[in-house]
Design a protein around this ligand. Structure first.
Ligand SMILES: [Cu+2]
Length: 188
């Protein structure tokens, strides 16, 4: 079964949210990039195409606190750079694009005010300890197994709403602040 769904940049936003729900039943398989941990759990790596931009395997972090991070692999198959410039989630009072920087031996995360560049012919990983989409002021904590909607806006490719499964991550991961110590660092 093909996992690739080609979407028109405009007009497909309502359709796209339904696609990964169907895919979730398909089990693991030949995802591009990060298909290396999908033996037991049926975490199919959903793929979305928006113009030259390809998004693979989005996932959000389950967290008892009303904040979360969203990760994914973003490719740019075009010949011009694009840029993720906006993110939104209906459950989140605020959503930002974050990077993790190290200052004085301590890593912290901060908003990327000018967005995240996706180089032509290249890709960017949003992953624990690195770039991520930060969801804040969530209506409720996100629980493993549910699916949330996240809208991504690219400077060139336009806007897409994707369905993002919530999964649990090792709290000992290097993802800054997403374990117990969230909270105080959230006001940047
Ligand atoms: Cu963050």
């Amino acid at each position: 079964m093909s996992r690739r769904f080609v979407l028109r940049p405009l007009g497909a936003l309502l359709v796209v949210a339904l696609v990964p729900l169907a895919l979730a039943a398909c089990g693991g398989g030949d995802s591009e990039g990060n298909g290396d941990e999908s033996e037991a759990t049926p975490t199919a790596a959903a793929t979305y195409t928006l113009g030259d931009i390809v998004i693979v395997g989005p996932a959000a972090r389950a967290n008892p606190n009303p904040v979360s991070s969203v990760y994914m692999h973003i490719e740019n198959r075009g010949s011009q750079a694009d840029r993720l410039v906006g993110v939104a989630c209906p459950l989140a009072g605020m959503a930002q694009i974050h990077e993790v920087v190290t200052e004085g031996g301590q890593s912290k995360m901060q908003e990327m005010a000018h967005g995240l560049e996706i180089p032509p012919g290249g890709h960017v990983e949003l992953k624990p300890g690195g770039y991520h989409i930060m969801l804040m002021d969530l209506e409720r904590p996100l629980q493993e197994g549910e699916t949330i909607e996240v809208t991504l806006r690219f400077e060139r490719a336009g806007e897409i709403t994707i369905a993002v499964p919530v999964r649990s991550y090792d709290t000992e991961s290097t993802d800054s602040g997403m374990g117990s110590g969230m909270g105080s660092g959230m006001n940047h």
